[in-house]
Design a protein around this ligand. Structure first.
Ligand code: BGC
Length: 818
């Protein structure tokens, strides 16, 4: 290929406009005249999803068989960067094999609220942990010559309003919580692309947000790759280019292509801005086009790697000593997830696994003796007496009951948020009955985010497998029977009840999502709830052995603090321990969490073995973002280095005094922000106090802008108009029909698929906007039809019809030109 500048000089405006968008859902446009190849990109963060002819970004159509690895939430619980790097490298090999140049992951959004439907894909509530693990993922993939797309940039923390929602937050929360992981990953690992999210931040869509995409990402952090849009995230194409949004995906939107050409000709879009984006995309193609198509890889090896990571990630949340189990005994096994293991989440990251080992398969392979009854169907919500009765009978005659439970694809998915934090009703009701039998109960949990565990006192052990990938059943069996020792720790807080979540009742109630809690996300807030406590704190996880912590030392080497301590295995079994380094903040005139995670390590020890663990953080890691000075500031003061087994289990501490920094006045007033200085009263933050923190009045995006419908109206808002209601009913009807069809089908994989897809469409479609539907339809639902439809809804019938008939006239794409 010629140099980027040479190519730009030879390209016509039409060719440049074509290069600025995707084609056929997953590819960039090729320009044969200039030998510019197209590159192929696809999901995602927990394995490769390479679809065939029928493409979609919702996980509806099937894809090639590849390895399903544990999802983000599971990986994060391993706190194991080496494993994540290995997994990234394995996925990259599969990319080579299937001809994929760019992998759409990792997804590093912060878990702000446990109901976010996509938490299963994200790592943690903590930006440091997310940043470190995300970096490992990027290194793993990119070191093998495949590009990544770091997503979803940024503050994309709910699904119900993901296409039109506005995340309203203060600058400090933005910098310290929501951008921090992205910043670390961009600076440390140079991802070749960043994916701009669907939502707005403080009123401006991410895909046309100059401050986010140019000032912060490129100018401050030094990003030199290409920004690509999430699928259907572009609102105003020309504003997007001016803001630094390069590649529109999935593309094929003629209206946008024409708007680029027209505005270049009219002078509204400077050619230099277009050339900058074209140059970013050409560089991306040059960086990623050279792959080893067809490269051989060992499927079994990847399956085993997936299982090893799953075993290293599972979290033993409770154990009164009943685990590990004796493999020669007889057990009652209840719960359909035993045979139909939930191993991945739903949506764009859905994998068609190359092999699947359920717990049932793994038990059978070991010759474990058990009496099994499903007790509930994972595809239903209500209890069904015949299933319950047979489960109760099996449980009656056993000493130990293994209950397999968890969230299902019907309660948790990309595309919509969870309705509640409870287990499905049919599972909960059955568990309530089981505990009354006074048997020993071991709960094996699956799912992508915390659930309320009101029965916690009544069960004897809880092994949380999260979403363990295709070999998860093998991992569960290894851990239950003590072939391996659990060593995962939670990368998120498990609160007792959803009512403990700050401003939880206001979550996804309107388009403007107010981040009133500011920096108090996860343990940064729950640390102040110590009195009432949480169910399981951030960083919690048990083992079948015990670890002793000693000999903490903190040494300073210029701007780096090196923390060492000795960990010994004082129990009977080999095992791994995650050591967390928090630094407690000094009291000052700046409101802050009590402590923040600054480093961590993981060691594996034989019984009696002792190892020194070395971890480090830098002075700049201790900084807070000063909103007036617009810079990171380290405060002088007395800090504490805490070595901990979880956020509430501090084992060693040392003081750390910082005196070398300039004294800089706090930007905050205690009087005006009193609840931020007393976070145990955070729920009392009023709109006025939040506005003081923001430094401006909140202008809310109303649920229906003025009295008119817009392209950004949510589909369920359209129901108020006659035509809108027809459209809504038609769209939702597709899912409903599919779901109803499944009711009449015999049990089996076909029924499950119809049912899941039907339910998915019914729950997800109301959250769409006409714009997102059109822009992600690769031309099938033309922009002119979408815009005309809005006119019709607003009573402008003639204008609407005219618009619908007026299709853009454009020259064919370069690949189609003779
Ligand atoms: C998701 C992205 C995904 C893309 C392509 C979108 O709906 O938000 O995470 O990469 O689809 O499948």
């Amino acid at each position: 290929m010629q140099t980027v500048n040479e190519l730009i000089q030879r390209m016509t405006v039409e060719e440049k406009a074509a290069l600025m968008a995707g084609v056929d859902f997953w590819k960039t446009n090729s320009i044969p005249r200039l030998s510019i190849p197209s590159i192929y990109m696809t999901d995602g963060p927990c394995g490769l999803r390479k679809q065939g002819e029928k493409a979609d970004h919702l996980g509806l159509n099937n894809s090639e068989q590849t390895t399903s690895f544990p999802t983000g939430v599971t990986l994060a619980a391993s706190w194991n960067r080496d494993n994540i790097r290995k997994m990234g490298a394995a996925i990259a090999k599969e990319c080579h094999h299937f001809g994929v140049n760019l992998l759409l992951g990792p997804a590093v959004n912060i878990k702000r609220n446990p109901k976010c439907g996509r938490n299963f894909e994200y790592f943690s509530e903590d930006p440091y942990l997310s940043g470190i693990l995300g970096s490992a993922f990027v290194e793993g993939v990119q070191n093998e010559g495949i590009g990544v797309s770091l997503k979803h940039f940024a503050v994309n923390n709910n699904e119900n309003y993901r296409f039109m929602g506005d995340s309203v937050l203060d600058e400090r929360a933005l910098r310290e919580i929501y951008l921090r992981a992205f910043e670390r990953i961009v600076k440390n690992t140079k991802p070749v692309t960043v994916m701009s999210a669907y939502n707005k931040i403080n009123g401006v869509f991410c895909s046309e947000n100059h401050r986010l995409l140019t000032e912060i990402l490129r100018e401050e952090w030094g990003f030199d790759g290409a920004v690509i849009s999430d699928w259907g995230a572009v609102s105003d194409r020309v504003d997007g280019i001016k803001a630094g949004m390069d590649l529109e995906m999935p593309g094929d939107c003629e209206y946008f292509r024409k708007s680029i050409i027209d505005t270049v000709h009219s002078g509204e879009l400077p050619i230099s801005a277009l050339d900058q984006s074209v140059s970013n995309i050409l560089k991306l193609i040059q960086r990623t086009h050279d792959i080893q198509y067809g490269l051989a890889y060992d499927r079994e090896e990847h399956h085993n790697l997936s299982g090893e990571i799953a075993a290293d990630s599972a979290v033993l949340m409770k154990n009164d000593g009943i685990l590990p189990l004796d493999s020669s005994q007889n057990y009652a096994v209840i719960g359909e997830l035993f045979e139909k293991m939930r191993f991945q989440g739903a949506g764009s990251s859905l994998i068609n696994p190359s092999k699947l080992t359920s717990p049932k398969t793994a038990f059978d392979q070991r010759g474990i003796r058990y009496d099994y009854a499903s007790g509930y169907r994972e595809s239903e919500f209500e209890s069904e007496p015949e299933y319950v009765n047979s489960a109760m009978a099996k449980a009656q005659s056993a000493d130990v009951v293994l209950f397999f439970a968890g969230q299902t694809d019907y309660t948790e998915s990309e595309g919509y948020d969870r309705e509640s934090m409870t287990l499905p009703d049919n599972q909960l009701a059955l568990l309530r009955k089981l505990v009354q039998l006074n048997k020993k109960i071991v709960l094996v949990l699956f799912g992508g985010s915390p659930v309320e565990l009101p029965f916690e006192d009544e069960v004897h052990a809880i092994l949380n497998m999260y979403l363990p990938g295709q070999a998860g059943g093998e991992a569960a069996a290894q851990l239950l029977f003590g072939e391996k020792n659990p060593s995962g720790k939670l990368a998120e807080t498990w609160m007792k009840s959803y009512t403990d979540v700050p401003f939880g009742e206001q979550f996804v109630q309107q388009k403007s999502e107010l981040y009133k809690e500011s920096i108090y996300v996860g343990y940064r807030y729950y640390d102040f709830l110590l009195g009432e406590g949480v169910r399981y704190p951030f960083g919690h996880g048990l083992s079948y052995t015990q670890f002793a912590y000693e000999s903490l030392q903190v040494q300073q080497d210029s701007e780096t603090f090196i923390v060492t301590c000795e960990i010994s295995n004082t129990g009977q079994m080999e095992g791994g321990e995650i050591i967390q380094v928090y630094v407690a903040n000094p009291t000052s005139d700046v409101f802050k969490p009590t402590k923040e995670l600054r480093a961590f390590g993981k060691v594996y020890l034989k019984p009696g073995e002792k190892k020194q663990v070395k971890m480090s953080f830098t002075l700049s890691d201790l900084a807070y973002y000063h909103v007036d000075r617009k810079e990171w500031v380290v405060e002088n003061g007395d800090y504490q280095v805490l070595i901990a087994a979880s956020a509430t289990d501090i084992r060693l501490s040392a003081s750390l005094s910082i005196t070398s920094q300039p004294d800089i006045a706090s930007p905050y007033s205690r009087e005006q922000l009193k609840h931020y200085f007393s976070p145990h009263l955070l729920s009392q933050v009023s709109m006025e106090e939040f506005e003081v923190l923001l430094g401006r009045k909140v202008t809310r995006s109303s649920n229906k802008e003025s009295t008119k419908y817009t392209l950004d109206s949510r589909l369920d808002e359209l129901r108020e108009s006659f035509i809108g209601n027809l459209f809504y009913t038609f769209v939702i009807g597709i899912g409903k029909k599919q779901f109803n069809r499944s009711q009449k089908m015999p049990e089996g994989p076909e029924r499950d698929m119809q049912r899941k897809n039907g339910m998915f469409l019914m729950k997800m479609m109301p959250n769409n906007s006409i714009r997102s539907m059109s822009v992600s339809s690769t031309g099938r639902f033309g922009y002119h039809i979408a815009a005309g439809l809005i006119d019709l809804l607003n009573g402008q019938i003639m204008q609407g019809i005219k618009r619908m008939l007026r299709k853009e006239r454009l020259s064919p794409l370069p690949k189609d030109q003779k």
